[in-house]
Design a protein. Structure first.
Length: 229
């Protein structure tokens, strides 16, 4: 695209016009967040068990004594040797956030179906400090719409709106411990709903080139694990 070079006064006028749209978007985003907080909850009826570095833990244990739990569904199948490059791209944004979330009564954890030894080794390779547990042998990933069985007839992803690309897919789920101690599922999002979590994309969106993916074979063809660039 050929840039249009203008005077400072013209640039400022155009920028203020765009700022009005940005403010409208911010207000809409805040309204969506308010409505999200008012969504109904559903009780978690199953007793999910995970493998952690210290041994077997329950979904309740992942709260670590806090009232809320955010689960990032990270694509890492049981027979994979490495985690998904795209999920790794997203997870680079999460290192260190658990300390801040803890001060808002919220725990954060990655969950994948790969064995815990593989997850722990990959976490150390990537230099991540956030908690990561394995749901291998559990229905957790299947129940929350991010893993699909090979013989599953017409599997659906993102609340049945699209087909999954394979047996694993990304997502995020949020849980809350009620006043009675019961665990409830309050929110999940998938696919493009995860865009908001990627700071690199948002920074690129502020540049004149943007994400610069139009000429690629698919939008994220450029993405590598951060130790493979």
């Amino acid at each position: 695209m050929t840039p249009r070079i203008v005077s400072h006064e013209e640039w400022l006028e155009a920028r203020k016009a765009h700022l009005a749209k940005e403010k409208a978007f911010t207000r809409l985003r805040e309204e969506l967040a308010r409505e999200r907080r008012q969504l109904p909850w559903e009780r978690v009826e199953k007793d999910y068990v995970f493998e952690a570095p210290e041994g077997r833990v329950t979904l309740g244990d992942l709260f670590a004594g806090r009232g809320q739990l955010i689960v990032q569904h990270f694509m890492f199948g049981p027979d994979w040797n490495e985690g998904c490059p795209s999920c790794s791209f997203w997870s680079d944004n999460f290192n260190g956030i658990d300390a801040h979330l803890a001060h808002r009564d919220t725990s954060f954890v990655l969950v994948s179906r790969a064995p815990i030894a593989k997850l722990d080794a990959y976490r150390k390779r990537m230099g991540w400090t956030m908690r990561w547990v394995s749901s291998l042998g559990s229905d957790f990933n299947f129940d929350y719409g991010v893993s699909f069985k090979p013989d599953e007839a017409a599997p659906k992803y993102n609340f049945g709106t699209i087909k999954p690309y394979g047996e694993e897919a990304p997502g995020l789920s949020v849980f809350r411990r009620g006043e009675d101690g019961a665990i409830c599922h309050t929110y999940s999002t998938y696919a493009r709903g995860l865009d908001v979590l990627n700071g690199t994309y948002h920074l690129l969106d502020m540049t004149s080139k943007g994400r610069d993916e139009e000429e690629l074979s698919f939008p994220m063809a450029w993405v590598r694990r951060h130790d493979q660039y």
